[in-house]
Design a protein around this ligand. Structure first.
Ligand SMILES: Nc1ncnc2c1ncn2[C@@H]1O[C@H](COP(=O)(O)OP(=O)(O)O)[C@@H](O)[C@H]1O
Ligand SMILES: [Mg+2]
Length: 268
């Protein structure tokens, strides 16, 4: 018997536990008069091996949601289940240690797990090969371009032996051409290593280029407005007609959300 359509759309296999599951998660910052509802009853799951893009206007709670999943902060209400997953985070800024070599930056993740020196070096070299930075191990971060530094951050995330990648606008500061290249790289690595990815962006085309699904969050407080399955064949091109068409539809929906929010904020 075939799975229900919604499960097919999410690429989920019946009975399989999600890699990440959020159930009615809310987050309030502060207390009393200054309390700010950042997330309001967000429910969302990412199946093992699934690539989910979380899209929303700035300030809608995307980074908040990732920090809750990563366990850096606690939800005010609701439930988050990512217990069985090894989670690695990647930010817009690669956050490398400038005084360490590229290799040593990647080795940090292995050192934390008690891997011996020589093995650390060899494995860091392997991870740098995966992100096409073989031979750059002895450089310092400032000797690399922005795109290369993000590759190092990706290698470091992989070195954590993560099966779930949480990515917070990781390519937001890069030029369009570099971003395109990194999309290809990330897609390849995601496939080869069967990762589950929760990828935050405010770039609609990027979300459609990468995601199995695009989950649209409303402006503050963040709520799930709509979940768009992306059934376009991979690899996709950001500048293709198909990507543009779906991105146009999602942008229309996003615009409605932003306008609705702006009206609410206007003084009466
Ligand atoms: N530590 C914090 N304390 C108070 N307010 C915060 C904190 N972090 C984020 N916020 C607020 O919560 C809302 C959501 O922020 P954020 O998750 O960073 O949004 P996004 O990543 O979508 O731009 C914003 O209004 C922001 O100002
Ligand atoms: Mg953010």
């Amino acid at each position: 018997m075939s799975a229900p359509l919604t499960e097919q759309a999410t690429g989920r296999i019946e009975g399989q536990r999600p890699a990440i599951r959020l159930e009615a998660v809310s987050k309030i910052y502060g207390q009393g008069r200054t309390a700010l509802l950042a997330l309001d009853q967000v429910s969302l799951s990412v199946a093992p091996g699934e690539f989910v893009c979380l899209l929303g206007a700035s300030g809608c709670g995307k980074s908040t949601l990732l920090s809750l999943v990563a366990g850096l902060d606690r939800a005010t209400a609701g439930h988050i289940d990512a217990d069985d997953s090894r989670v690695a985070l990647m930010f817009q800024e690669p956050a490398l240690f400038p005084w360490l070599t590229v290799s040593a930056n990647v080795e940090m993740a292995l050192r934390a797990k008690g891997v011996g020196k020589q093995e650390r070096r060899d494995r860091a070299a392997e991870f740098l090969d995966i992100v096409h930075l073989g031979g750059f191990g002895k450089k310092r971060p400032h000797e690399l371009s922005g795109g290369m530094r993000q590759r190092v951050a990706l290698a470091r995330a992989l070195a954590q032996d993560a099966d779930v990648l949480l990515m917070d606008e990781p390519f937001g500061a890069l030029d369009a051409m570099t971003r395109d290249l990194l999309h290809d790289e990330l897609e390849r690595i995601w496939r080869e290593r069967s990762l589950s990815v929760l990828f935050v962006t405010h770039n609609v085309r990027e979300a459609v280029r990468l995601g199995d699904r695009v989950v649209l969050l409303s402006s503050r407080p963040g709520r799930v407005v709509e979940d768009f399955p992306v059934e376009l064949q991979r690899p996709r091109r950001t500048d293709s007609g198909e990507v543009a068409e779906l991105a146009g539809e999602i942008t229309g929906r996003l615009r409605q959300e932003v306008l609705r929010h702006a009206r609410q904020e206007e003084p009466a």
